[in-house]
Design a protein around this ligand. Structure first.
Ligand SMILES: [Zn+2]
Length: 562
C-alpha cells in the first residue's frame, strides 16, 4: 500500500462548465460497431439502490473524482489519496456500526452522522484549489461542485437550526445556510463524518475513477467484489444511489464468462461464451435496454451475471484475449446472442418460444449435450401435478374451472419440444398455453418434456359416493329430494350449496377427477433458444472450436471483428 501523502485534493483539470449532456449517451443505431467500447454495468439499482456506497482501493493509489461526459470520457475535477472512501446521498446519513449496515452509510442513526445542512462561504471560486483553500480555514470545510460552479462549504449538520447556531459560533455572519438538491452526493472518508467533496449537478452524475492515472489497471473493492474501471453514482428520480461500473467491454466480458460458465471449462467453450456475451452486451448497449436507469446492462440473469473480476483466471482471460473484439453477425448486423444452460436434447426456434421469426435462432436436435449429461446437475427432471393441484393453479391464475381432468402436450415442434399444452376441465372446457408459457406457466425448467397421466386407486373412471356407500358414475338420471319431499331429476351440471352458502359444481372423484396424477418428464434448463452452455462444453471436449460451437447453435452466422 502506498503511503497516504496525498491527503488533500488537488485540482487536476481546468473547470469545465456544466453543459446539458445526456447522462447516458448511446451510439447511433447506424454507427459502426466499436471494439472495446466503454459500457456502464448496473450493480445496484431500482430497489437495490444504496443510500451509501463505499469503495476500497487496496492499491492505495487514490481516486479521481469527476464525471463521465457524453462520450463516456472521464472528466476529472479533483482527486484524493485516501484509500477508503464512500459516496453518500445528501440526506442525513450515518455510518453503521452494528448489524447489516455495519461498515456502510445508511439512514439508521449512529453517532457518526453526515448531515445535509452546510454553510456556504460568500461567492464562488474559479478552481477546486481556490474553493478548497477557502474552505480549509474552517473545521469541516470542503469544496463543492454545484452545477459547474465551485463553492466553499463548511460543516454537515443534521438540521437548519444547528447550522444557524454554528454560523453564529463560527462568526460566519456573511455565510449562507445551504441545503442540497435531491440529486446531490457527497464523497466522505469512510468511517467518519468528514466530507471530502460534494457534487450536485442537474446534467451530470458523479464519476469516480480509481487510481491517479490510467497507466496502471487499478482494482477496486466494492461490496466484497473486485472491479476494474470506474464507477458512476446517479440518484435516479432523486432516490438512493444507482451504482454502475464504467468499464471496457473486454474487461466486462472476462467477468461475465466466469459467472455464466466456470473458468475451469474447456477453452473453446469459454471462447464461444466470450463472443456470445460480448455480442449480447453490445446489443444492449446500443439498444438502450437500461438507459432510463442510467446504465447499459444489468448484472443479474435479466441481462448477464457479473460480479467483477474475482473468479477470473488465466484460462478465462485467454478466452477473451483470443477472441478480442470478435462479435457474432448475421447479414451484417450483430445477432441477439441468447443462450441458456442446457437444451435437454434440442434447441428451439425463437418463433416457437417468443414469437417472431429470427433467421439464425432455429431449433435443431443437439447431438452433443447428452455426452456430458452426467456432469450436469439435474439434467433430467420430473415434476408431478395432481389434478387438484392443476385445478388450484388455473384458479390462482384466474382461469375459473370445473376441476381440471386432463393436461396434454397438444403441439410439439419439429425438434420435439412442447409448444402448446392444453388443460381440460370436468365440464369439457379447455385452455391452451403456447410458446414459452409451456415452461413458465407450470414452473418447469424447459420446454423439452412429455406428460403422462395416471389414476390413483380405482381405475374404473371414478364417480360420486352416495350416502357413504355405493357410487354413481354419473349424476345424470339421479334424483334429489327437496325439503317438502318433492323430487327432481338431476342433469350433468349439478351444483352443491354448503352450510355457509358457498356454491360449487359437483365433480366426480377418481378416474378423470382429483386423484389423477400428471407426470411431466423432461430435460434441459432455460428457454432452449440459441447456444446451450453445456452443449458448448461437450463440443469443446469433443475437439470442436469456438466458431464450430457458435455456428452450430446460431444458424448461418459469422464470427469476426467489425
Ligand atoms: Zn438487465
Amino acid at each position: 500500500m502506498r503511503n497516504g501523502k496525498i491527503k488533500k485534493f488537488v485540482q487536476i483539470a481546468a473547470l469545465a462548465l456544466a453543459v446539458a449532456l445526456p447522462l447516458t449517451a448511446l451510439p447511433a443505431a447506424s454507427a459502426a460497431v466499436e471494439v472495446d467500447p466503454t459500457i456502464k454495468v448496473g450493480l445496484f439499482y431500482g430497489s437495490s439502490a444504496l443510500p451509501g456506497a463505499n469503495l476500497l482501493n487496496d492499491a492505495g493509489s487514490g481516486y479521481r473524482l469527476g464525471y463521465y461526459d457524453g462520450n463516456r470520457n472521464f472528466v476529472p475535477l479533483a482527486s484524493t489519496g485516501e484509500t477508503a472512501i464512500s459516496v453518500v446521498k445528501t440526506q442525513n446519513v450515518y455510518y453503521g456500526k452494528v448489524g447489516t449496515w455495519s461498515g456502510y452509510y445508511d439512514t439508521i442513526t449512529s453517532d457518526i452522522a453526515v448531515g445535509c445542512w452546510h454553510l456556504k462561504l460568500p461567492g464562488s471560486y474559479s478552481s477546486y484549489d481556490e474553493a478548497a483553500a477557502a474552505a480549509s480555514a474552517y473545521p469541516g470545510g470542503f469544496a463543492a461542485w454545484i452545477d459547474g460552479t465551485w463553492q466553499a462549504r463548511v460543516g454537515a449538520w443534521l438540521d437548519k437550526e444547528s447550522a444557524q447556531a454554528a454560523q453564529t459560533e463560527l462568526g460566519l455572519t456573511d455565510a449562507e445556510i445551504a441545503g442540497t438538491s435531491s440529486y446531490a452526493v457527497s464523497v466522505v472518508k469512510t468511517g467518519t463524518s468528514q466530507i471530502l467533496f460534494q457534487f450536485d449537478s442537474a446534467s451530470q452524475c458523479l464519476g469516480i475513477q480509481p487510481g491517479l492515472d490510467d497507466s496502471v489497471k487499478t482494482e477496486t473493492i466494492f461490496r466484497g467484489c473486485t472491479y476494474y474501471g470506474g464507477f458512476q453514482y446517479q440518484r435516479v428520480g432523486g432516490g438512493n444511489l444507482t451504482v454502475s461500473n464504467v468499464i471496457g467491454l473486454e474487461d466486462y466480458v472476462q467477468g461475465v464468462i466466469v459467472q455464466e460458465m466456470s473458468s475451469s471449462w474447456p477453452l473453446e467453450a469459454l471462447k464461444a461464451q466470450a463472443v456470445s456475451a460480448r455480442t449480447y452486451a453490445y446489443r444492449n448497449y446500443t439498444a438502450g435496454k437500461h438507459q432510463s436507469q442510467g446504465f447499459d446492462i444489468c448484472n443479474s440473469t435479466h441481462c448477464q451475471v457479473y460480479y467483477g473480476m474475482d473468479e477470473v483466471t488465466s484460462n478465462s482471460s485467454k478466452a477473451v484475449e483470443q477472441t478480442y473484439g470478435e462479435y457474432a453477425w448475421y447479414n451484417g448486423s450483430l445477432i441477439d446472442a441468447v443462450y441458456s444452460s442446457h437444451d435437454g436434447g434440442a434447441t428451439e426456434s425463437a418463433v416457437n418460444v417468443w414469437g417472431g421469426n429470427v433467421a439464425y435462432l432455429i431449433g435443431k436436435a443437439d447431438p452433443y449435450e447428452a455426452s456430458v449429461a452426467s456432469k450436469v446437475p439435474g439434467y433430467n427432471w420430473t415434476v408431478t401435478y395432481t389434478a387438484q393441484e392443476l385445478t388450484d393453479l388455473l384458479n390462482s391464475k384466474g382461469y375459473t374451472n370445473a376441476g381440471i381432468v386432463d393436461l396434454q402436450v397438444t403441439r410439439t415442434s419439429p425438434t420435439g419440444n412442447a409448444i402448446e399444452i392444453t388443460f381440460t376441465d370436468a365440464a369439457g372446457k379447455s385452455w391452451s398455453k403456447i410458446r414459452d408459457d409451456c415452461r413458465t406457466f407450470l414452473g418447469l425448467r424447459s420446454i423439452h418434456y412429455t406428460v403422462t397421466s395416471s389414476t390413483g386407486g380405482t381405475s374404473s373412471g371414478g364417480g360420486y359416493t352416495v350416502n357413504g356407500d355405493g357410487t354413481l358414475s354419473s349424476l345424470d338420471g339421479a334424483y334429489a329430494i327437496g325439503g317438502s319431499n318433492s323430487t327432481a331429476q338431476l342433469g350433468s351440471g349439478v351444483y352443491i350449496i354448503d352450510g355457509s352458502g358457498q356454491v360449487s359444481q359437483a365433480t366426480p372423484s377418481g378416474g378423470g377427477g382429483s386423484s389423477t396424477v400428471f407426470t411431466i418428464t423432461g430435460s434441459g434448463w432455460g428457454h432452449n433458444v440459441g447456444m446451450s452452455q453445456w452443449g458448448a462444453y461437450a463440443m469443446a471436449q469433443q475437439g470442436y472450436t469456438y466458431k464450430d460451437i457458435l455456428t452450430f447453435y446460431y444458424t448461418g452466422i459469422e464470427v469476426r471483428k467489425p
